[in-house]
Design a protein around this ligand. Structure first.
Ligand SMILES: [Zn+2]
Length: 514
């Protein structure tokens, strides 16, 4: 009996686990069995491995081959195990040094010709290896730049099984400079003060200030207004107002984009908040993730620690909007599979833009609107109560007037606004130190009403609305969160009655049209 072992990584959502691949070649009828909870996509691995080994000059004997992946309880999916299965077989066939193989973790797909191909999720896989105390990782050359983003990783880049045999028999391994697997998909926001600038937005004083409050406290924002009023322009400028991601968030966001297969590692870790703007015709899967093999994170996960922007929000399928309730509540998305479920973080700032009615012209004086009163009422109701209730800021964006255009007063730049946002965020960070939250938008309601309790004198207007039933408890909490952000922006230690009143107003402007 000949036995070979090699380490690989199984990804369950973003979490990687070390897996031992054990290859056993024994007497018996020719067969190739794969055991240890592999999914259907992994069974195809057998044909690729056999052909690739043969093309690398190692033809498998006509005997009984068993490959076991352990721990067996861990679900295994995708093509990333090919390289480890082939390497374990190389050891079993006495074509690689077991000690050298044992010192490395192997992650990669094989081509039938023996080439080693890149896989999605190389970054979280390498991260798991490093955290398990196995920093030496063999990956495809196209994954090398991405793998090298993991602090402490010692990456060996290979292009073929021939390179792997050389590596594990003391031969020279050619140096590959890599490249990347998915070039040119820049989905991270621009650096502060770069990219689309608020300087380009004329007028819109109220919407601009709502955007600033949203940025400062991490609040969800709904903008209602006619087409062409500048809702999309404003939303696109939000990421430019947000602070950089810290190290942990940067690694997490980069890992999500790695699993999504759209990371450009040439620019390093993603350090700016991402901006995702799925089209209203997108499927539920495109929004929340899914697909065969290793599930792809959807737009909501790719927007983690950044902005998810739904333009024409009332045109999205009701199922798609409903699917956002889980991440809005829990900050993550669970994708259920036959062999277990995958979790992807999805803590995003939701920005929705909507027309006030099907024709879009009912705001302001609304003289040109051709919709029936019933159609107008039904339109925004599509955004469903529970989702609307979660929007901290709801503002009306009016069409730009002639007076706005004629004004000589130059609009503030994104850089100026971003500075105030940074100051307000610093105040929150100090207040929220030793809590799990970083900004007002995340603070739990219970904590808000106990540790941050405000006097009845301050909350009087909101209390009255709550008593009258005009405000839900969730809505009440959202008003308090926004009031704290207004105080932080103004440099006050805690909100006053005027902050609470303004927070109430910022929550209700957008309802005018509904
Ligand atoms: Zn209309």
């Amino acid at each position: 009996v000949a036995l070979g072992r090699c380490l690989a990584v199984a990804l369950v959502g973003l979490e990687g686990h070390l897996v031992e691949v054990e290859a056993d070649i024994a007497d018996g009828l020719p067969a190739f069995a794969l055991v240890g909870l592999p999914d259907t996509s992994l069974f195809e691995s057998r044909d690729r491995v056999r052909a690739a080994l043969s093309n690398a000059g190692c033809t498998l004997p006509s005997r009984r081959i068993t490959v076991n992946l352990s721990p067996a309880a861990l679900p295994k999916t995708g093509s990333g195990f090919d390289l480890a299965v082939a390497t374990a077989l190389l050891v079993a066939c006495d074509r690689a040094d077991p000690a050298s193989v044992r010192g490395h973790v192997h992650v990669g797909e094989l081509g039938l010709d023996g080439s080693v191909r890149p896989v999605r999720g190389a970054l979280p896989a390498v991260l798991a290896a490093v955290r398990a105390g196995r920093p030496r990782v063999v990956v495809a050359a196209q994954n090398a730049a991405e793998a090298a983003l993991v602090p402490g990783a010692e990456v060996v880049a290979v292009t073929s099984l021939g390179d792997v045999i050389a590596l594990h028999t003391g031969g020279p391994v050619p140096v590959h400079d890599g490249g990347w697997s998915a070039p040119g998909v820049p989905h991270a926001g621009p650096p502060p003060g770069m990219g689309p600038d608020l300087r380009d937005v004329v007028g819109q004083t109220r919407a601009r200030s709502a955007l600033e409050v949203a940025a400062a406290g991490g609040h969800h924002l709904l903008m209602v207004g006619p087409p062409g009023a500048g809702k999309t322009m404003l939303a696109a400028r939000l990421p430019g107002l947000l602070p950089d991601l810290d190290d942990a968030a940067a690694l997490e966001v980069t890992a999500i984009h790695s699993v999504a297969g759209r990371l450009d590692p040439s620019t390093g870790l993603i350090r700016r908040p991402p901006f995702e703007d799925p089209h209203h015709t997108c499927t539920v899967v495109a929004l929340v993730g899914g697909g065969s093999g290793l599930p792809r994170p959807g737009a909501a996960s790719r927007a983690h620690r950044g902005v998810l922007f739904l333009d024409e929000a009332a045109e999205f399928e009701a199922r798609a909007l409903d699917a956002l309730r889980q991440p809005l509540e829990h900050g993550l998305l669970v994708i259920h599979r036959a062999l277990g479920s995958a979790r992807y973080p999805a803590r995003f700032q939701l920005v929705m833009a909507a027309n006030p009615c099907p024709c879009g012209r009912s705001s302001g004086k609304g003289v040109d609107c051709t919709c029936s009163p019933a159609a107008r009422r039904r339109y925004l109701a599509r955004l469903s109560g529970p989702l609307l209730d979660r929007m901290d800021l709801q503002v009306e964006v009016r069409a730009v007037s002639r007076a706005d255009l004629a004004s000589h007063c130059a609009p503030e730049s994104s850089r100026q606004v971003a500075e105030r946002v940074a100051t307000a965020r610093a105040a929150q960070a100090e207040r929220l130190t030793s809590t799990p939250w970083v900004c007002n938008g995340e603070v739990a309601g219970a904590w808000l009403r106990s540790a941050l309790r405000l006097s009845p004198r301050v909350t009087r207007t909101a209390d009255r609305r709550l008593d009258r039933g005009d405000l839900t408890v969730r809505g009440y909490d959202r008003v308090l969160r926004v009031a704290w952000t207004l105080a932080d922006l103004a440099g006050r230690d805690s909100p006053g009655p005027a902050d609470v009143d303004q927070a109430l107003e910022l929550r209700q402007q957008g309802r005018v049209a509904a």
